[in-house]
Write a protein that binds this ligand. Structure first.
Ligand code: A3P
Length: 296
């Protein structure tokens, strides 16, 4: 009971101006001092950008398209979520990562300036996935409603303002995508877009295969495309987060595998809200060369 109460109204606390859960901020020194290894692969994203999808694609590539192997455990146990901190006896990301034999694949939502420096020093490979702001916002809103480990999003109108102000866990979407974009050519970073993955999964999966220096047959490639499609992943209990108790994630409020389509923002924003959002967006993104598609 206490454990659940602890989750229901999660306290938050900023670290270097970035909102975190209190438990993450209390653990920050350990997270910052995490020791990465040269053969680590890091999947970095802003929340709701397509992390789980990318994790499944990567796992399928690493296991040469063996679906059974990819069902060995939940997504969150296959790939430790570096900064995610939970009260014992639950497993925190750091504990899982430190226990895991190499080569490890890890997940993070940290903004670039907060990535533990050992990743840069050890030159670990990083796949970054970005998704357009409006769809990210919609997805994050619904996720915050169903995930009791996240702060309550309030009303839709309130949440739009909270998101624009970057007062959500892991901070500003705008700073996140721009920050990672700015460093992508200085490190081994494959920078992908959710909309591109949806438009042509084959092309984008092939980019990942190449980045991982793997060689796979056409048959395995097709198997990966199929197994990582939205409809199949939605039914995969090892990928859809339904094995968590409903006191943590309540899929009856909004399923984790919700829509999986670019452009769902149109079903949420009013025309006025959208125009207002776009005007603010232009100011926040001015000076960056990054461009997003809000539909495909
Ligand atoms: P929606 O809420 O818009 O449906 P993350 O894994 O970073 O938390 O992102 C979750 C979002 O990715 C959700 O978006 C989810 O439906 C979507 N998603 C998960 N698997 C997907 C897949 N195979 N294809 C397309 N979208 C997927």
């Amino acid at each position: 009971l206490h454990l659940e109460e602890h989750h229901l109204q999660p306290e938050t606390k900023e670290v270097n101006g970035i909102l975190m859960s209190k438990m993450m901020s209390d653990n920050w020194d350990k997270i910052w001092n995490f020791q990465a290894k040269p053969d680590d692969l890091l999947i970095a994203t802003y929340a709701k950008a397509g992390t789980t999808w990318t994790q499944e694609i990567v796992d399928m590539i690493q296991n040469d398209g063996d679906v059974q192997k990819c069902q060995r455990a939940n997504t969150f146990d296959r790939h430790p979520f570096l900064e995610w901190t939970l009260p014992p006896p639950l497993n925190s990301g750091l504990d899982l990562a430190n226990k895991m034999p190499s080569p490890r694949t890890l997940k993070t939502h940290l903004p670039v300036q907060m990535l533990p420096p050992s990743f840069w020093k050890e030159k670990s490979k990083i796949i970054y996935v970005a998704r357009n702001a409006k769809d990210c916002l919609v997805s994050y809103y619904h996720f915050s409603r169903m995930n009791k480990m996240l702060p309550d999003p309030g009303t839709w109108e309130e949440y739009v303002e909270t998101f624009k102000a970057g007062k959500v866990l892991w901070g500003s979407w705008y700073d996140h995508v721009k920050g990672w974009w700015d460093v992508k050519d200085q490190h081994q970073i494959l920078y992908l877009f959710y909309e591109d993955m949806k438009e042509d999964p084959k092309r984008e999966i092939e980019k990942i295969v190449k980045f991982l220096e793997k060689d796979i047959s056409e048959e395995v490639l097709n198997k990966i495309i199929y197994h990582t499609s939205f409809d199949i992943m939605k039914q995969n209990p090892m990928a859809n987060y339904t094995t968590l108790p409903s006191s943590l994630m309540d899929h009856s409020i909004s399923p984790f595998m919700r829509k999986g389509m670019p452009g769902d923002w149109k079903n949420h924003f009013t025309v006025a809200q959208s125009e207002d959002f776009d005007e603010d967006y232009r100011k926040k993104m001015a000076g960056s060369t990054i461009t997003f598609r809000t539909e495909i």
